[in-house]
Ligand binder design. Sequence first.
Ligand code: PLP
Length: 485
Amino acid sequence: MVSTHPTGVQHSGSQYLPQRRDINANPSPNQELLPLTARVHNHDSLEIAGCDVTTLVEQFGSPLYILDEETLRSACQQYRDAFKQHYKGESQVLYASKAWNCLAVCAIAASEGLGIDVVSGGELYTALQAGVSPNKIYLHGNNKSREELVLAIESGVTIVADNWYELRTLVEIAGEQGSRGAGGAREVNSPSSSPSPLPIRIMLRLTPGIECHTHEYIRTGHLDSKFGFDPNDLGEVFTFVSQQPTLNCVGVHAHIGSQIFERQPHQDLAAVMVQWLRDAGKYGLNITELNVGGGLGIKYTESDDPPSIEEWVKAICEVVQEACAVENLPLPKLLSEPGRSLIATACVTAYTIGSSKVIPEIRTYVAIDGGMSDNPRPITYQSVYRAVVANKMSYPLTQTVTIAGKHCESGDILIKNALLPKTEPGDILVVMGTGAYNYSMASNYNRLPRPAAVVVANGEANLFLQRETYQDLIRQDSLPERLKI
Ligand code: PLP
């Protein structure tokens, strides 16, 4: 059956193209399904940033992650500019690089003036190797190892302290560094002629008691989360930190969830955090940074309706400014750390269609050459995606099929109900919105090599993550002599 609009217009893959509502408008990437530069050319072919998607697959292989540089840069700029426009104090946007941590993405974000939030030694190492300035890197984690902490301290990045164990470990490490003469503790905020890892620059992560589940949120005094200090312990934590000459606590941090469409939860969070700032003063702490985390949602399907980047930023800035005015506090440096809304829409994954299986009256499976190893979100979170056929963009959408991955796992289904034109082997299926938590969560399950990734801009494509080879798959293997056959 051919699918039609209520207006009688036939649906085709072109319906997912970015909506140019107003030629001067700057579309918010998180409100689109395809990257901002997506177009249809030669009537039926999808191109991104002037690169034909089918040709990219011929050139770089399949599956292929295709990252649109303009969409990523535009999202970075929209965050940065929105804070500049709506916040009277200093601000800093951090890219939550867990969404996709690699050299090229860190470099693009940093070149747009963003800092980088990292959650492990590996992510930290990558950000540093990408050339990101340590004073714009923030290290998270609920169980950072001693090695990770030492790397962070010696690199001069800010550590977002998560719990008592970590605070005590930091004080211990600082003691060791000090006695080894690694700069020694100096007065907090005092200028130093030589770079010194001490005092260690930290923020405190707190669990605010605001929990968001996309369409609803509840408030609890004590939130069940593995992350952060309980706000009921605030006084004790502030007292401890204020007594440590080797720790320089510059701010507070909280993150309430992901893929959030409402503004109210973050506004409530911002108001609570200003109270924390006020309370810190009572314990002699001069806290000047406030990080509201990430969480703005994106449009994965037509029915998703997130606010624009600017609307989200404005809502938070207003609350912080009002609350600070009420409390008679100077405006803190305001940080946020979006991941998904910066990069998800900038990337699509192109697959080649292979086998199919028709079960009359029940379902048609169409299989692709990737699946849960390159996108584990559907099997992990039941995430819903949309797809188009890159070489049939103007064909009518005539069938609803289930897109199956190639893994030896019945649950390896990328899209349960995909509305597509009639497909055949060799067609290129493009899954949209795959920039966040896809490559970064990819695995070698079933020993599938990870796909390549290219960044496209102005008709040019550059490889930034090589396709893994079978040789790569056994790089860490060894065969003890006595097991050889
Ligand atoms: N900050 C922290 C501490 C997080 O845990 C996350 C995601 O889980 C983010 C930022 C980024 O969130 P999002 O990708 O939803 O913007």
